[in-house]
Design a binder for this molecule. Structure first.
Ligand SMILES: [Zn+2]
Length: 281
């Protein structure tokens, strides 16, 4: 494929942590490099209130950047008892296109990390569940969809989300599950999103899962600064790299890069309320 054709592809990085200190020194250049690679839209994802405010501020500064506001389950112990009032306020900010990231993460429970008791595990799980529930509630009220993080908690996350699925759609971000789990998500009218893991040598399970996903059921993301796709693996990831993931997604699903770009951008525009697509040249 020639460079001129490649430049016409328009992609969306649907999950980027642009507010992380990793990008403080050169954020403007990072966003410019993304645009030069055809990544014309970036969703800056909030992980707590301060991070969400920063995502909103970055979105206000850069035309191609949009924001989500929410509280990551990994920081549940620092969350206010009732996140809803502050989250409702933030959700009204310009260019906020979803709630999250939110969900459940049982990977680092106290018993696994610091010799904590089963009671401590249970307390943190309940705290995460309450925080997730509050965000699902605000999402339904504000008619925004949710960006869902789940780790070592698949069945619990799905069970908690399912009763909300009539009012709120979810994207199970950084998806690394099975084709059966893809089917469970699709049955709820929700989506998966895949990162650079798709390009990893040991990412076969993600490639298998993606190949099983029906058209319109998946999006692309970097989760930068983490998970840089091959050939950038191990270095700081940035939104421009979603292009490498898109190329592998095209190969895995038997489509062209152009088809994948159009399809995933259309899916993202339908999922993130208020995300406008660039007008074709
Ligand atoms: Zn994330």
């Amino acid at each position: 494929m020639g460079g001129r054709v490649a430049a016409m592809v328009s992609l969306i990085d649907t999950h980027a942590h642009l507010d992380f200190p990793d990008f403080a020194p050169d954020l403007g250049e990072v966003i410019e490099r993304a645009a030069l690679s055809g990544v014309t839209r970036i969703i800056a994802v909030g992980t707590d209130l301060e991070s969400s405010r920063n995502a909103v501020r970055i979105a206000a500064q850069y035309p191609g950047v949009f924001a989500t506001v929410g509280w990551h389950p990994g920081h549940a112990s620092e969350a206010p008892d009732d996140l809803r009032p502050a989250l409702r306020d933030l959700a009204r900010s310009p260019k906020v296109v979803a709630i999250g990231e939110c969900g459940l993460d049982f990977h680092r429970l106290p018993s696994k990390t610091s010799g904590g008791s089963p009671e401590e595990d249970q307390a943190l799980r309940l705290r995460q569940e309450r925080l997730f529930e509050q965000q699902l509630e605000v999402a339904a009220e504000t008619r925004l969809n949710v960006v869902i993080h789940t780790r070592d908690s698949w069945s619990e996350t799905l069970a908690q989300f399912a009763p909300h699925s009539g009012r709120v759609r979810g994207v199970f971000h950084c998806f690394a599950g099975t084709p059966q789990e893809v089917a469970e998500v699709v049955r709820l009218g929700s989506l998966i999103s895949v990162t650079g893991i798709l390009t990893f040598k040991n990412g076969g399970n993600v490639r298998t899962a993606l190949a099983s996903a029906p058209p319109g059921a998946f999006m692309l993301e970097t989760d930068c600064p983490y998970l840089a796709p091959v050939p950038h693996r191990g270095r700081r990831c940035e939104p421009a790299h979603v292009r490498e993931t898109a190329a592998v997604a095209a190969a895995v699903t038997g489509r062209s890069l152009e088809q994948i770009a159009v399809e995933t951008s259309t899916t993202a525009a339908g999922f993130f309320r208020g995300l406008d697509l660039p007008t074709p040249p």
